[in-house]
Design a protein around this ligand. Structure first.
Ligand SMILES: [Fe+2]
Length: 258
């Protein structure tokens, strides 16, 4: 799937308006400053490096995060209707955790985690439009995201730390220490991590379905349109206008192929 330049720009506007709407206090500006600093990297990031995962296309990261924010707010309503104790977290904590849950995918201050795959065989045979950037030392996505926030002066609450850390639920063994506890006093004291995990799971599943169900149904023409980065956008001039400030050579090359 490809997003047009207008869609990428529109998704970025939604992303920043979620911060404007839901985040309060001094950290609101700190968070906006952080995302403005890395705008061109983050607005064009994929959500994953392989087509087999989800939203592995330019702009896929922000599109995914916006969906997780929407799903998290809807999931919270469902949990509330079913009797969840909503006094254990705030809507701001829910949205903050949703906005930043996958931030660690951006890489570090100087290097992007995902860079365009330059191996033609791997692109064509393995569906890797991106590859991991070996300049970035390993850290888990939650650890890196939390590090990036604290290193840029963005404070987060205990609830937000817990939710971001465990957003993959039990898909990540590292979360067992939080989610596999048998003693009541060792279990999370809020349902926020579970709500965020459900929202993330829902978003990623829907993004997977959108890309892969047509292919699995044998709609190969649709698949071709969805999975190549070679289709030209309808309006190259609008693309230039919306994304004219991009400085990254790798991303410019990638977008030239859109
Ligand atoms: Fe996610």
């Amino acid at each position: 799937m490809n997003l047009t330049a207008e869609q990428i720009q529109g998704n970025w506007d939604t992303f920043t308006s979620n911060i404007e709407t839901h985040i309060t206090g001094d950290r609101k500006q700190a968070l906006l400053d952080f995302y403005n600093k890395y705008q061109e990297r983050i607005m064009l990031m994929p959500a994953a490096h392989k087509k087999e995962y989800h939203n592995s296309f330019p702009g896929g990261y922000v599109e995914h995060v916006n969906r997780v924010v929407r799903c998290a707010l809807k999931q919270a309503k469902l949990w509330e209707e079913e009797g969840c104790d909503m006094s254990t977290f705030t809507t701001e904590e829910l949205v903050f955790a949703a906005i930043n849950h996958d931030l660690g995918k951006m890489g570090d201050e100087n290097h992007e985690s995902y860079i365009p795959q330059d191996d033609k065989w791997r692109r064509e045979k393995l569906g890797e439009d991106y590859k991991f950037n070996t300049k970035v030392p390993f850290a888990s996505v939650p650890d890196r995201g939390l590090f990036m926030l604290q290193s840029h002066g963005v404070r987060y609450s205990f609830n937000e730390m817990l939710a971001i850390q465990t957003h993959d639920g039990l898909y990540d063994d590292a979360n067992k220490k939080y989610l596999f506890a048998y003693m009541p006093e060792q279990k999370p004291r809020t349902s926020l991590p579970f709500i965020l995990h459900q929202a993330d799971l829902m978003a990623a599943r829907i993004e997977f379905e959108r890309e892969w169900l047509p292919k699995l149904k044998g709609n190969l023409e649709g698949q071709k349109n969805n999975f190549t980065l070679n289709d030209k956008p309808k309006s190259a001039s609008k693309q230039q206008k919306a994304l004219g400030s991009i400085k990254s050579e790798g991303l410019k090359n990638l977008l030239d192929n859109l």
